[in-house]
Structures are given as structure tokens and as C-alpha cells.
Design a protein around this ligand. Structure first.
Ligand code: WTA
Length: 656
């Protein structure tokens, strides 16, 4: 590490493992005065109105800032804007025209990287917007995007935003079937995909998955990016090469004047049922929150190089690998491949190569890289780093300290950002110029937002008491507006627990101290976080139940060193079928096929019976406790209490 590396944090003189911003950080940071919290809280609606005005260029100002018709709410009503215009056009009129927007790093080391300036991006986005129009895409139409981490994914998203089409990005590691479910629900007209991409040195043939995905859907046209030059199946009249369409596309496309409450995108995420829900984000509120959280949460400045490792298929990718940095005119790294390919220092090599200043990743990745050992980090000069971020699940103390000491050299704050697909942007974390930075404690709600921890009966939990994390009005502008085509599910899922003015997050939490810093304890519903990916138990169960040998099954999470948690399945077989390794493999394969390898059960227990209530509900709570060797509690009210004893034996046998 170079000698002049700046210290961005200082130790608390009286408490171990508590850190505060240093004078250098306070001087640099956009905000460093504690008073911001109090000021924003005085009138949160007026506060957000001011932010909206300062951060975003509107074609027409809104007439009403916040409208609440519980459980629904709107922001900046009557305002007109275009996110693509704000993310690109705005900058090409300034000195940022030739500033690097995207530093694209391909996975193979022998392939050159690509730099797209704001002007490059402007040209490509305009052209692709015209391509979409030519393919018949109109304002409000849904466009599926099934692309790896290549610049075209950003271009496609922005082109949709430019013409007011609604993008629905599907994680490229999801299976063709998972893609199909999402395309069907969204009723997408066009799909943008690629021939293939590299992952850990292997070639993934994405187009063949896409072909499965579009079968029987409303998709009329497919645009295929030639990433690898694979020989793929192209259907005449349906499939077109990206580069061919772009060749003669018109260079300018007028940005559509959109309403603040027009739909911006849909992103599918797992709820408590087997059917993923389409989280619907709208233009104005999302733009304001993406701009301001990128800026204040990560203290993003013009001279920063931001590297967020999240895939674009997740909300973190949407907000911090696309909209947030671009709205700010920032430079960011987009990396195609795996963190440990060709060696476990790939990310550190990228940090060194581009002089990354802000690095944002997930605890699961930190734990994995920690296992490889410090020497991989130490090989590289990481002295440009000034801020580290974490997202996706609660970060354990050991990983926090390693990240802080080894990656950050003890110099950089860790911003532990709690948020969700639903919230659109970060919402609970310490601010870089204010602090404090405490392992496992996320921090305070973003200025102008209100959260509480409630007990079962709706009372405020006291300090240290674990309860349910809720968000109170006025809800942050970037919050979801509804579940696509399913407002009932929106009501029931988020406003069905404490009433229609209290947003239920699904997370457990407690207030850590008198300052109001919050510690998140994790999901309290039937949703798992597997290596940071959000997966519903029921989705995996539905997939397993497709196997002809399966009568019923239950999937529960089990703690895992690196991934945080992994799905484990308890499967009851039909008469005539015997448990075997082959059957286990087949079941895992069916999960790969219907969802994707991220949801594959780590273990499968073949059992005769599952513990059930008298009404026939499977008691997953008991299975969880058994897996963790925890007390199962009172089982006398079960329909089949004897099943618990048998399960204990089976789990014990498989362990030993
Ligand atoms: C969890 C990811 C603790 C939480 C942006 C939440 C976290 C779910 C944190 C949303 C964090 C996210 N600390 N838990 N810093 N960040 N979570 O929709 O359980 O993929 O409800 O959005 O991740 O996951 P999602």
C-alpha cells in the first residue's frame, strides 16, 4: 500500500470496534453535519421536494409532492421527466461529455476492456431506442432483458427508459423456465438477450435458454447481442442481431415526456409464495431516490470510481450499476465475470487497475474471499479505496472486520446498507461523513425516512428487543408502487400485518442504541437469502414437487459458512420409489432447470412424513430447529408428533 493512503475513519476513543469519519472524510463528504437528520424529520415531504428539485431535471414541476391513499401512495404527482434524459443527455451538455461513464471489464484477461464515455452512451442509447421503436415497442410496453454484465445491458435499459417502455430484467443465471414465467407475467413484447457469455472461464449459451424462455409467451421479437460469436439458432422474422439493427438506426430519439407516476420498470423477486412477484417502480420517485442515495450513501463525487459487484438482474445492479451512478454523472466499473476467476484476487486486481475508490459488495462474497486468505488482497495496491459498502444480508462481525482491516486497510468506513427490491434504493445505513460505523449494525434510516421496530402486538420495541422492522409514512419516494397486476398481493404482503399505513418489511431487527442505530437480524418470513440471492422456500418446493416420485416436500434454510444460508429439502416419496443418490441428483437437476443453480438444495432428506399442524400445514419452524440442533418446542399439538423423532434420527444419520 502506498504511504500516502488517506485515513477516512478514526477509532472511537472509548468503545472498541466503533469508528467515526476522520476529518478528511468530513471535509470531503457531501454531508457531515448530524443536523441533517433533524432537519429532514421536521418536514420529510418538503425535504424530498427539495431533493427532487436539486437532483433531477424536470420537464414540468409536480403539483403535489406526496399523495397518500392508504395503502397506496404517489410522489411528485403531475411532474414530467425522463430518467434516460437525466442519466445521459444532461451530462453530454456539460464538461462530462467525454467523461468515462462505464469501465467495462470482460472476464477473460486477454480481452481488452471497453470504456464508454457519456457521449458514447448517448449515441448508443439513442440508436437502440430507435431500434426498439422500429420493432414496434411503444410507451408502456414491456421489454424483457436477459443479458449478462456487458455494456449493452445498460444501453438496453436506458433505451427503454427513453421511450417510456417498461423493462423487466431477468438475471442471466436464471433458467429458461424461470425466464418464461417472468415474460408471461409481464406480457413482454420484445426480448433482448445475447448469444452467450463467459462465467468462470466457461461459455454459457444464453440464447438457447432464451429460446426456451420465449416459447408460448407474447414475445414477438428477440434482439441478440453477439458477445461470443457462438453459432446460435436464429429464427427468421423473430430474431435479429443487435449489431445489424444498430447499423442503420437513426442517431437521435426524442426522449418521451413521462409522468412521475408512469411505470419505469418491473423486477421480479421472491415473496412467500411460489410465484415471484413483479415489483413495480415508477419514474419520478425512483429517479430521486436513485440519484440521492448513490450520492449520499456512497458519498459519490465526480472524481470517484464506483465498483458495485451486483449483477444487473438484481435491484442492487439496477440502482447502483446503472441508474444511481449515471444520474450523478459518475464513472463506474461493470465487470462481466466471477470474483475468483482466474484467481481469487480478480476483484482486487480490478480495484487496482481502475483506481476504484468506492467498492460495494455482499457479505457472502466477502466470506468467500476471506476464506482464500489475506495474501490475495495484499498482492494489490488498494490505497485508492475510500469507502466500502455491504448489502444483501446481515453481515457477521468476522466478515465485517476482515473487510474493514484487510480490504480497507483499516482506513475506510463500511456502509452496511439495508434495503430491498421493494425500496428501490438504500434506506438504513450510516452516512459516510457522519457515522458511526459499527460491525453488524446497519445504522440510522436515511434522512427524511421513518422506520420503527414493532412487537407482535404493534408496540414500539425497546432498545435491544428484537421485533419487526416497519417503514412509516411518508414512504421513501423510490418505494414500489404495487405488485404488477396484483394490487391485492401488494396490500396483503406489505400492509396486511400492521394495517394499511405501516409497511411491513419481512425483516427482524432491534434498535441497537440510544442514537437509534438499527441492527437487522434477518428475514422472519419464508424467504431465504442464499449467497445474497432472494429465494422463496415455496418456489423451490414447487420445483421439487414437479418430480414424478415426489408426494410432498418442505424446503427450509440451513446456516452456511459462506453463502449465509442454503436451501435444504425434506422430501416424501410416492409408494414404490426408494431414496437413492440418483433420485437426489434428479431432484437437484429439476430445481436447476425450473429456477436455476442458485436455488439448488444443498441437501435432500428423504422422509416418511413431515410435521404438520392439525389443519395440515407443514411446520417448517420445526424442520429449521431440527437442522440447527435447536429445541423444537411443544410438538403435542401436531397432527403427527411422532414424525419429529424420526426426523431427528434421519438428520443425525445423514450428518454422521
Ligand atoms: C436483506 C437487496 C441485513 C433483508 C437490496 C432484506 C439485509 C432483503 C441487508 C432484501 C443488510 C439486504 N443487512 N439484511 N445490509 N440488505 N438485506 O430484495 O432481509 O434482494 O429484506 O434486496 O435482503 O433482498 P433483496
Amino acid at each position: 500500500m502506498s504511504k500516502d493512503a488517506i485515513r477516512w475513519v478514526v477509532k472511537d476513543s472509548s468503545k472498541p470496534n466503533v469508528f467515526w469519519p476522520s476529518e478528511e472524510m468530513k471535509k470531503k463528504a457531501w454531508v457531515s453535519d448530524e443536523k441533517i437528520y433533524e432537519e429532514a424529520a421536521k418536514d420529510p415531504v418538503a425535504w424530498w421536494a427539495k431533493l427532487a428539485e436539486d437532483g433531477i431535471e424536470w420537464f414540468k414541476k409536480w403539483t403535489e409532492t406526496f399523495v397518500h391513499e392508504p395503502p397506496f401512495y404517489k410522489w411528485f404527482v403531475g411532474g414530467k421527466l425522463n430518467i434516460c434524459y437525466n442519466a445521459v443527455d444532461r451530462h453530454v451538455k456539460t464538461w462530462r461529455r467525454n467523461k468515462a461513464a462505464i469501465l467495462w471489464e470482460p472476464e477473460p484477461l486477454n480481452e481488452p476492456h471497453r470504456v464508454l464515455t457519456y457521449y458514447d452512451l448517448y449515441r448508443e442509447v439513442n440508436k437502440f431506442a430507435n431500434v426498439l421503436k422500429r420493432l414496434g415497442v411503444k410507451k408502456g410496453d414491456r421489454v424483457g432483458i436477459y443479458l449478462p454484465m456487458i455494456p449493452e445491458v445498460i444501453i438496453a435499459m436506458l433505451a427503454c427508459a427513453r421511450i417510456g417502455a417498461v423493462h423487466s430484467v431477468v438475471f442471466s443465471a436464471f433458467s429458461g423456465q424461470a425466464l418464461k414465467d417472468r415474460l408471461l407475467d409481464a406480457e413482454a413484447k420484445v426480448l433482448v438477450t445475447a448469444d452467450g457469455y463467459y462465467r468462470r472461464g466457461s461459455i454459457i449459451n444464453l440464447k438457447s435458454n432464451a429460446d426456451i424462455g420465449v416459447e408460448g409467451t407474447t414475445v414477438e421479437k428477440i434482439v441478440v447481442v453477439k458477445r461470443l460469436g457462438l453459432n446460435v439458432n436464429m429464427v427468421e422474422g423473430r430474431d435479429y442481431w443487435w449489431h445489424e439493427l444498430m447499423k442503420d438506426a437513426e442517431p437521435y430519439c426524442e426522449p418521451e415526456v413521462l409522468d412521475s407516476e408512469d411505470m419505469h420498470f418491473i423486477l421480479y423477486t421472491s415473496g412467500t409464495t411460489g410465484k415471484p412477484k413483479g415489483i413495480e417502480h415508477h419514474v419520478g420517485g425512483y429517479a430521486v431516490q436513485a440519484y440521492w442515495t448513490a450520492r449520499l450513501t456512497f458519498d459519490l463525487h465526480d472524481d470517484d470510481v464506483f465498483f458495485c459487484t451486483a449483477d444487473i438482474g438484481w435491484i442492487t445492479g439496477h440502482t447502483y450499476n446503472c441508474y444511481g451512478p449515471l444520474l450523478n454523472g459518475a464513472t463506474f466499473v461493470l465487470y462481466e465475470g466471477a470474483p475468483d476467476y482466474p484467481a481469487p484476487d480478480r476483484w482486487w486486481q480490478i480495484v487496482e487497475k481502475y483506481g476504484v475508490t468506492i467498492f460495494y459488495t455482499a457479505p457472502t462474497a466477502i466470506r468467500m474471499l476471506m476464506k482464500y486468505g489475506d495474501e490475495w488482497v495484499k498482492k494489490h495496491d488498494l490505497s485508492t479505496l475510500r469507502l466500502l459498502g455491504s448489502v444483501g444480508e446481515p453481515i457477521n462481525e468476522e466478515a465485517w472486520l476482515w473487510y474493514f482491516n484487510v480490504v480497507g486497510g483499516g482506513r475506510c468506513p463500511i456502509i452496511d446498507t439495508w434495503w430491498q427490491t421493494e425500496t428501490g434504493g438504500t434506506l438504513i445505513h450510516s452516512l459516510p461523513g457522519i457515522g458511526p460505523f459499527i460491525p453488524t449494525v446497519a445504522g440510522r434510516p436515511f434522512p427524511g425516512t421513518k422506520f420503527a421496530v414493532l412487537t407482535e402486538d404493534g408496540k414500539q420495541a425497546s432498545i435491544g428487543e428484537v421485533g419487526y422492522l416497519v417503514h412509516l409514512p411518508p414512504f421513501a419516494p423510490g418505494m414500489l408502487r404495487t405488485v404488477y397486476k396484483d394490487p391485492e398481493r401488494f396490500k396483503q404482503q406489505y400492509f396486511g400485518v400492521y394495517g394499511d399505513t405501516i409497511y411491513y418489511t419481512g425483516d427482524g431487527a432491534y434498535i441497537h442504541d440510544a442514537m437509534g442505530n438499527i441492527r437487522i437480524t434477518g428475514r422472519v418470513d419464508d424467504v431465504m437469502k442464499v449467497a445474497g440471492h432472494r429465494i422463496a422456500n415455496a418456489e423451490v418446493e414447487n420445483a421439487i414437487a414437479q418430480h414424478t416420485a415426489v408426494v410432498e416436500c418442505a424446503v427450509v434454510p440451513m446456516p452456511h459458512d459462506i453463502k449465509g444460508e442454503v436451501p435444504v429439502a425434506f422430501v416424501v416419496l410416492k409408494p414404490g420409489y426408494e431414496p437413492s443418490n440418483d433420485l437426489e441428483t434428479e431432484i437437484k437437476r429439476i430445481v436447476d432447470k425450473l429456477i436455476g443453480p442458485i436455488a439448488r438444495p444443498e441437501k435432500i432428506f428423504f422422509v416418511e412424513d413431515l410435521p404438520k399442524t392439525r389443519s395440515g400445514k407443514i411446520m417448517r419452524r420445526i424442520l429449521r430447529a431440527l437442522l440447527r440442533n435447536e429445541p423444537v418446542g411443544d410438538v403435542t399439538t401436531l397432527m403427527n408428533p411422532e414424525s419429529v423423532h424420526r426426523l431427528k434420527e434421519i438428520i443425525w444419520l445423514k450428518r454422521s
